[in-house]
Design a protein around this ligand. Structure first.
Ligand SMILES: C[S@@+](CC[C@H](N)C(=O)[O-])C[C@H]1O[C@@H](n2cnc3c(N)ncnc32)[C@H](O)[C@@H]1O
Length: 338
């Protein structure tokens, strides 16, 4: 059943925001869920992909579903209610998936999925502070502050803390590395000057500051809102998005059963690069430097690549759901002997 689509500008409450699952058919074809199998969905969102896993298996699969966002979890629970006890849902970061599988007593799984974007629930509700178009408090925490991160600097809580507390060089680095914005230093400078007069409290204020840091000509010719990259960068930093992905990849391969499949949908080139490199390493045998007469590394391929190139959405999907635009799907299958 296709999910209802709503306009990004429409005022929306958590109870009404809808999310159109990205690359749904392509992901299911690669994940190939089967009745009796155990599946992990690390990014439940509103439960669109998980519902399709359950539908395709006639409700005969078992699902472990995670989301760090309590509002998403509530919505996913409603979506998956028809499948009753087959779905075990946890409020958790997907980097901690192994502990959740242990809780269920699942040594191995037959498939795992990550869809690492922002959900419509998060983007469309101004109070969550993700949107640069709808004015709201500067927040951007997917977990709404539910998890503490002792390893992160004190200023890095919500986007408010980051924008008002991070040293200028730190801000510039985040906007440059995660947002790939060529004006990162000018934007960070403008933020720091502005916050000297008083804290920057709202997404609207921040969007205005970034916009004014852009030369007028760039502002006029830019395809997206000039603050798009800055908002993306801050969101990635606030939610430690790359760190979560790296920690998940460190552990997931060893929990896949032989023939088990892993599908990952990314929306950012840095995330896609991390997935591509990890999949390439897992699918490679010997990694000794060329020219050695005998293999010394002992590295063995653990998976088979199911996607040599990433699967991307077609025009029809993008027209219907513009948020799918930058998505890339990669998948691997665990080898029997690994
Ligand atoms: C794009 S949505 C997923 C949509 C979902 N596939 C569907 O079809 O409805 C991404 C979800 O992942 C969650 N998320 C992002 N990073 C996470 C993490 N590290 N741990 C747990 N959940 C995460 C977000 O809160 C959001 O609800």
């Amino acid at each position: 059943m296709p999910a209802r689509q709503i306009s990004p500008q429409a005022p929306s409450s958590p109870a009404t925001a809808a999310h159109v699952p990205v690359l749904l058919q392509e992901t299911m074809d690669l994940l190939a869920p089967r009745p009796g199998g155990r599946y992990l969905d690390g990014t439940l969102g509103l439960g669109g992909h998980s519902r399709e896993i359950m539908r395709r298996t006639g409700g005969e699969a078992l699902l472990c579903g995670l989301d760090r966002d309590p509002q998403a979890l509530e919505r996913a629970a409603e979506t998956l209610a028809p499948y009753g006890n087959a779905c075990h849902l946890f409020r958790a970061e997907y980097a901690t998936f192994a502990a959740r599988l242990d809780d269920l007593g699942w040594d191995s799984i037959d498939g795992a999925l990550l869809d690492i974007g922002v959900s419509s629930l998060q983007l469309d509700v101004a109070e969550r502070g993700f949107s640069l178009r709808a004015d709201g408090p500067l927040d951007m925490r997917m977990d709404m502050g539910g998890f503490s991160h002792p390893e992160r600097p004190a200023w890095m809580g919500s986007a408010y803390d980051l924008v008002n507390g991070a040293p200028e060089a730190e801000l510039a680095g985040i906007i440059k590395d995660y947002g790939e914005d060529p004006l990162a230093h000018q934007i960070a400078g403008a933020i720091v000057r502005e916050r000297e007069a008083g804290p920057i409290r709202t997404t609207g204020q921040l969007a205005g500051i970034v916009c004014r840091a852009y030369p007028p000509k760039w502002r006029r010719t830019s395809r997206n809102h000039p603050a798009t990259r800055t908002f993306q960068a801050l969101r990635m930093a606030v939610n430690d998005e790359l760190g979560q992905l790296e920690r998940f990849l460190d552990g997931i391969c060893s929990r896949l059963a032989a023939g088990g499949r892993l599908c990952i949908i990314t929306f950012h080139s840095l995330e896609d690069r991390i997935v591509k490199q990890k999949f390439r390493l897992w699918s490679t045998g010997c990694i000794c430097p060329p020219g050695l007469p005998v293999c010394k590394c002992g590295h063995k391929a653990e998976v088979r690549l199911l996607t040599k190139k990433p699967v991307v959405p077609g025009k029809i999907e993008i027209d219907h759901n513009p948020r799918a635009g930058s998505s890339k799907l990669r998948a691997v299958e665990k080898l029997p002997s690994a």
